[in-house]
Design a protein around this ligand. Structure first.
Ligand SMILES: [Zn+2]
Length: 708
């Protein structure tokens, strides 16, 4: 029996692969054919795209094309189903086909196919099989992000711009054009080390390490912000494990920045001792000195006592202190100078994209760092790096918030590789660095470009209806049996609030607290400005903790250009990033059905994440969700998905066919030939979110089983 099963699995896998190959081949055949005939030229995108070479006869045909179908075929040309040819930067580019007022793209469908994801996306899936997996709803995220940054930064070409972003951008371009990076880097090293206290005792040295940490430099420990698991309390300070960098790297960057020979030798001795130390814990006083050092000279000086974190098991800080006790304060200070030199080098690589000087950083928690392959634009200081493609709209845990607030400079640097590969132009490099460091400013710009006022107003109306629908569904037939106290969950949804990153401060979705920008001097180089900006981000975040601000006041945890949203489920704060308020999730031109079944579904899903913070009837919940096809690792996401669709349907906000079609298209993904075996055929079971394609299929099955 077991043999039969495995044989049939192998057979179906082979069949799937064969089908995939055939489909891909048939999509590429036209390309090869026209290339051979000399009627088209290839587009170097790793797939089979090509560009027509149109003969005079062809142009005659264009002029005669009066009927829509023919026009569509001509406009689609070499692009896949669901895309249209366009010219961007003088190059023929395939862009997402506009479909409105009905957002459903019928062209990519294979109406008579099953399962649902093939029915709603089959033609597109077969046509775009490439190297990496692509979601229909997400594949152009990075392109849109590029368009937005270009639009945003074009305004900084205005001479004598006085905003901080404009000043940095100008300094960056100037530096790159005049090849003065070395001089700017020296300036940054002098600036950073001038912030350090003259080391008279151990406390001063610890204070200096704290100071570097406040610039988001790599240090033995990291200060971040997270939140209390107790819903009554909000933001809280956290100190976590820092990062090691190689000694060779440290010595090399010290040399580059003009450190003395003695200092380099001392730093090397310290580094050896640190590595051989067996210490694990630090004292409360040590941590206190470290934290206080990070706020010296700011308005928070003297106000951080009493906000100490709980755990004092900070191995790297303990090892550093251990080594300091062996070799003395002078040696320890030299090591701190080494950290400063490394930090300046990291800042430098953020613009150059060059990582040749720097070896790999070794963060203790590798868990948060498996996501550096996509969406380079979504990396910004103090915000979450992008997760895997399908992991959207998550319930944010205190650990994830900590990962966001402690995303430091060297984490951003790892994106440098992507930067370098894609852009070797000065402007683009400076754009990218600006996006990484000035995310709070970019929130507003991204919102202004991507979210027209009518759409924002519409979402306000939808928000109230959807929150009420989700509140009701907590008490309804599907969700209430799964929860220990459905009434409590309903109350929590009712008390939750939706925010939109970058929305005007006085509007319904905007931030309340004003952000304070750092002061730039006219003779600061680009690197000094980046350091000051990093410090500004740190002081903004920590200032909210010290002031006891509510969770709602905290800046977004993701880049505004991320096509994503999230829910701080213990505190009822849901967030949409402007990057998701675009097709196929939202558009001011969409009709109500399209809006409610797309961005409406996302909002409902966010509110439904309240369920991640309340007790469940474990047995009933496990059984029910597994019957619907969800493995245990996906249960938090599954219950949010089920709640969202039932809330929308029960409230009569959308009909079942529209909803199934929409979620199918949002979560369908094409895959590489290899992925088609591992992703499409075998349920994932390892991720927090249901896998591509199955996600929509399971929701449609739920919908048609329970709704007439
Ligand atoms: Zn989710």
């Amino acid at each position: 029996m077991a043999t039969d099963v495995s044989t049939s699995v192998v057979t179906s896998l082979s069949l799937a692969t064969l089908t995939a190959v055939v489909a891909s081949v048939s999509c590429c055949r036209m390309h090869r054919h026209c290339n051979g005939e000399g009627t088209c030229v290839g587009i170097d995108d790793g797939w089979c795209s090509f560009r027509n070479v149109v003969s005079p006869l062809g142009y005659r045909l264009y002029n005669m094309s009066a009927d829509t179908a023919l026009l569509e075929t001509l406009e689609r040309g070499v692009c896949s189903w669901g895309e249209r040819q366009s010219a961007i930067d003088g190059k023929v580019t395939c862009v997402r086909q506009r479909s409105f007022p009905d957002a459903l793209n019928t062209e990519i469908m294979q109406a008579d196919a099953s399962p649902y994801h093939r029915k709603y996306c089959g033609k597109w899936m077969d046509c775009v099989r490439g190297v990496a997996m692509k979601y229909w709803s997400l594949y152009d995220t990075e392109d849109v992000a590029n368009d937005v940054t270009h639009a945003v930064y074009s305004k900084y070409h205005v001479r004598n711009g006085v905003s901080n972003v404009g000043m940095f951008h100008g300094a960056c371009v100037r530096m790159e054009l005049t090849l003065s990076a070395n001089a700017a880097s020296q300036l940054a090293y002098v600036y950073l080390t001038s912030q350090l206290l003259p080391p008279q005792n151990e406390r001063d040295v610890l204070s200096n390490v704290g100071m570097l940490s406040s610039y988001f430099c790599d240090a033995p420990a990291v200060i971040g912000v997270t939140f209390h698991t107790n819903p009554g309390q909000g933001l809280r300070l956290n100190v976590s494990e820092g990062t090691y960098r190689s000694t060779t790297e440290m010595i090399r960057t010290m040399y580059a920045n003009g450190a003395s020979r003695q200092a380099m030798r001392d730093a090397e001795t310290m580094a050896e001792s640190i590595r051989s130390s067996r210490s694990w814990t630090v004292s409360k006083d040590d941590v206190n000195a470290f934290i206080e050092g990070s706020v010296i000279g700011s308005s928070m000086e003297g106000r951080t006592t009493g906000i100490l974190p709980h755990g004092l098991e900070l191995r790297r800080l303990a090892q550093f202190i251990d080594a300091m006790r062996i070799h003395g304060v002078e040696f320890a200070h030299s090591y701190v100078l080494g950290l400063a030199a490394l930090c300046v080098e990291t800042v430098r690589s953020l613009i150059s994209g060059d990582d040749a000087v720097l070896g790999a950083a070794h963060p203790l928690n590798d868990d948060g760092l498996d996501m550096f392959n996509e969406e380079a634009h979504t990396a910004s200081l103090g915000r979450l790096p992008t997760r895997r493609d399908g992991e959207r709209v998550e319930a944010i845990t205190p650990q994830r918030m900590l990962e966001a607030s402690s995303t430091g400079l060297s984490t951003l640097r790892r994106h440098g590789r992507v930067t370098r590969a894609r852009s070797n132009r000065v402007i683009e490099r400076c754009n990218r660095a600006t996006a990484m460091l000035f995310a709070d400013e970019l929130d507003k710009d991204a919102f202004d470009i991507l979210v027209p006022r009518p759409l924002y107003d519409k979402i306000q109306t939808m928000d109230a209806q959807i929150r009420e629908a989700v509140r009701t569904s907590m008490l309804g037939r599907f969700v209430s049996p799964l929860l220990s106290n459905p009434g409590r969950a309903a109350d929590l949804v009712n008390a939750s609030r939706l925010r939109v990153a970058g929305a005007p401060r006085d509007s319904w979705g905007g931030r309340g607290a004003a952000a304070v920008a750092p002061m730039f001097d006219s003779d600061d180089g680009a690197y000094v400005m980046l350091l000051k900006q990093a410090k500004g981000v740190y002081e903004d975040r920590l200032g909210l903790v010290v002031a006891g601000a509510s969770m709602e006041q905290f800046p977004p945890l993701m880049s505004p250009l991320a096509r994503n949203g999230y829910m701080l489920y213990l505190h009822g704060v849901a967030m949409l990033l402007p990057g998701i308020l675009v097709p196929p999730f939202a558009s001011a031109r969409y009709d109500d059905d399209s809006l409610y079944s797309r961005i409406g579904y996302v909002i409902a899903h966010e509110y439904a994440h309240i369920t991640a913070g309340v007790p469940w009837n474990q047995f009933e919940a496990m059984q029910y969700l597994e019957e619907l096809g969800y493995p245990p690792s996906e249960h938090y996401e599954a219950i949010a998905d089920i709640t969202a669709v039932s809330a929308l349907l029960d409230a009569g906000l959308v009909d079942r066919d529209t909803l199934c079609a929409s979620v199918s298209q949002l979560w369908c993904a094409s895959s590489s030939l290899l992925n088609s075996i591992f992703v499409e055929k075998i349920p994932d079971g390892s991720g927090s979110h249901p896998p591509a394609n199955s996600r929509g299929d399971r929701l449609c099955a739920f919908i048609y089983k329970n709704y007439e």
